[in-house]
Design a protein around this ligand. Structure first.
Ligand code: FMN
Length: 166
């Protein structure tokens, strides 16, 4: 099945997990480049607020059509303020998910993943409204905000243990 992994990553955890998974399952990697400055403490607060308000990022719009050409779409994102990121909100709004299998992979600081069902329903509702099939959401642990990303070994071992595709 033609598969892509569309990822947004600020500090590298999600990127590392996405690249490892892509190599493992032979998927095309699509980077979502949100040019908003989320650096420093001001950026952190802004990121949390934008995520809370379900704001969308301005992305290169040709990416939406590109993502729509895949049969299986994996969205990879950090958790921000318990929610998803502006880049992923844009993808959820603009990609045509009709007939697609969709998976989500998240990374977060909190080691315990609470409210997994709420998280799954958030993605499921949107994907199903757009006539796609939401299959699963995998929650990985990244690093605390403003700390360097976890090591490749740690993230790839979580991908091996938690992420089950197709
Ligand atoms: C703006 C912002 C908000 C965050 N909110 C949460 C949160 O609500 N819960 C959590 O566990 N981690 C939170 N984090 C931590 C990130 O989810 C975590 O560091 C993630 O692995 C970062 O992924 P990245 O390195 O790919 O950017 C937040 C980080 C940022 C920058």
């Amino acid at each position: 099945m033609k598969t892509c992994i569309a990822y947004y990553s600020k500090t590298g955890n999600t990127k590392m997990a996405a690249l490892y998974l892509a190599e493992k399952i032979d998927a095309k990697v699509i980077k979502l480049d949100d040019k908003t400055n989320y650096g420093g403490i001001i950026g952190f607060i802004k990121g949390g607020m934008n995520a809370s308000k379900a704001k969308k990022a301005e992305l290169d719009s040709s990416l939406y059509d590109e993502i729509s050409t895949f049969d299986r779409i994996i969205l990879a994102t950090p958790v921000w303020a318990g929610k998803t990121t502006p880049a992923i909100n844009s993808v959820l709004e603009n990609v045509d998910f009709e007939g697609k299998e969709v998976y989500v992979m998240t990374t977060q600081a909190n080691p315990s993943v609470e409210n997994t069902e709420a998280r799954k329903s958030f993605y499921k509702d949107i994907i199903e409204k757009k006539k796609g099939s939401f299959i699963d959401c995998f929650c990985l642990q990244g690093s605390p905000p403003s700390k360097p990303a976890r090591s490749k070994e740690e993230l790839s071992s979580q991908v091996d243990q938690l992420v089950k595709i197709g």
